[in-house]
Unconditional design. Structure first.
Lengths: 398, 91
């Protein structure tokens, strides 16, 4: 009967109290005159409480005179009364309207800027560039041409390949993609040194230009000069800078650690279950079941049901059902061979990314140690690779 | 046998017509002891918290209960809610 109640609310009704001795007669006359009464309640011997529509109440006046009854309004309900009250307070309505306008106006301003996708370019740099272009917290979005801003930012910062600016409400999201710059080639007539890219033991030096300062068996650190670009000319007693280049092969070592517990704790479900239901309305979470999870150890499984979902658009109403399964913890001793394999694989996986593709792997070695029930594995890979990299010579540095 | 009610009653039986219409009798529907719905009544005689008397064609209908409330009342029908204990016709 919700529809009926809503209908009554929209039309407006009053709760009246009728006092008199012939209340049955009052009801009968109302019925005869088609005055609709509902929720009739007897308060005491001489009093009756009933709901009646506004029109019905107006018609009541004639009846009241006829029979000896006293009618008084107890409560007023419904939309017409509400409107009537509002009409008296026009300023309140005006205030609400302006409040709404203000809210709409204020929400056109940008409140915060979020930057995503930058790796090498500093966030502060992007923000300061954006600020210079007039895009900052407090700026009105109506006056900003996003496409133009994107292009300008691309021109300002060279490292960026793409910029996407998106405004969602009061939040601006700037997404950038950086260019992958090619390795900087040094021009042939610029003097330079050849330096070590990595630590290693020199195996072979092939100097094509310049003066080799290392020989086979030398241990070099990252940044050490391998082939000098400064050639001393003994008979002149002067030095001239040249563009040195060459290949320097060295043994490099890569190290990685892996570990695994030899006793593993496995969780086994006992069959006990505790269900928690959460209603998610936008950002508000309403939990139906209060109280703590009655288990010490448990596994959570989450399921969510969305209402009226069509592709990605839907009502922001979501029912999350969390099922907590009670578990027992069981200690299991892991097979050592399996554990070693696992550790080995883990260590190798972490190391292989570091080794360049061209490097030749000479030797791999793995040491296992067991300490406090944990298996540690140390993998050392010996590789042969070209560690030479050119670096511009600063004239006047030496 | 041939008095006024008898002919109508016989006619209603032969033609299988609903008796509440032909004989102008009340139609009473009860839902458990919670609700009672009376169609075709002839007005209220008494209404208190625990007793309601309603006039009908074939006598007075008396309803006894607790916290009785007239949920809905129009010329043709009365809808009573509350805890109903007794429903009886008294002449």
């Amino acid at each position: 009967m919700l529809v009926l109640r809503l209908w009554n609310y929209m039309r407006g009704y009053v709760i009246i109290r009728v006092q008199g001795l012939t209340l049955e007669r009052f009801i009968n006359i109302c019925m005869a005159r088609d005055i609709y009464l509902w929720d009739v309640k007897r308060i005491d011997n001489t009093t009756l409480e009933t709901k009646i529509s506004i029109e019905g109440f107006k018609d009541l006046k004639k009846i009241v005179r006829k029979i000896d009854c006293k009618v008084s309004i107890f409560e007023k309900h419904g939309y017409p009364f509400w409107i009537h009250r509002l009409k008296k307070r026009k300023m309140l309505l005006l205030g609400a309207f302006f409040c709404f306008l203000l809210l709409v106006f204020v929400s056109t301003f940008i409140f915060s800027i979020e930057i995503a996708g930058n790796e090498n370019v500093e966030k502060a740099e992007i923000i300061s560039k954006l600020n210079n272009l007039g895009f900052k917290p407090g700026a009105n979005r109506c006056f900003i041409n996003l496409r133009k801003l994107e292009n300008q930012l691309l021109l300002e910062i060279d490292q960026l390949a793409w910029v996407g600016v998106e405004i969602k409400g009061i939040k601006a999201k700037v997404e950038v993609a950086e260019k992958i710059l090619p390795p900087n080639k040094i021009d042939k007539d610029i003097p330079c040194n050849v330096v070590a890219q990595k630590n290693g033991v020199i195996e072979k030096v092939i100097t094509k230009s310049g003066h080799a300062v290392v020989k086979e068996g030398d241990i070099v650190k990252k940044g050490d000069i391998l082939i000098s670009g400064i050639i001393q000319l003994e008979h002149i007693g002067n030095s001239i800078p040249v563009h040195s280049y060459g290949d320097v092969y060295a043994k490099t070592y890569y190290e990685a650690m892996g570990e695994k517990n030899l006793t593993e704790i496995k969780e086994k479900k006992t069959g006990q279950k505790f269900v928690k239901k959460i209603l998610n309305l936008g950002n508000v979470e309403l939990s139906f079941n209060r109280g703590k999870i009655p288990y010490e150890f448990y596994i959570v499984e989450k399921r969510s049901k969305k209402l009226l979902q069509w592709r990605k658009i839907g009502l922001p109403v979501e029912l999350i059902i969390e099922e907590y399964y009670e578990v027992n913890k069981i200690e299991i001793t892991v097979n050592e061979v399996e554990a070693k394999n696992h550790v080995h694989k883990e260590a190798l996986d972490s190391i292989l990314e570091e080794i360049p593709f061209e490097a030749e792997i000479l030797n791999t070695q793995i040491d296992f140690t067991v300490k406090d029930g944990v298996l540690y594995g140390k993998v050392i890979i010996e590789a042969l690779e070209n560690i030479a990299v050119q670096k511009t010579l600063q004239i006047g540095e030496d | 046998m041939w008095e006024n009610g008898g002919i109508k009653k016989g006619l209603a039986e032969i033609l299988e017509l609903p008796k509440d219409i032909i004989l102008d009798l009340p139609k009473i529907i009860m839902i458990g002891n919670l609700q009672i719905y009376i169609e075709n009544h002839k007005g209220i005689l008494e209404y208190t918290d625990n007793r309601i008397r309603i006039n009908t064609k074939n006598g007075t209908l008396r309803i006894i209960g607790k916290n009785l409330m007239l949920k809905n009342i129009v010329a043709e029908e009365i809808f009573i809610v509350g805890e109903i204990n007794q429903v009886e016709f008294i002449d």
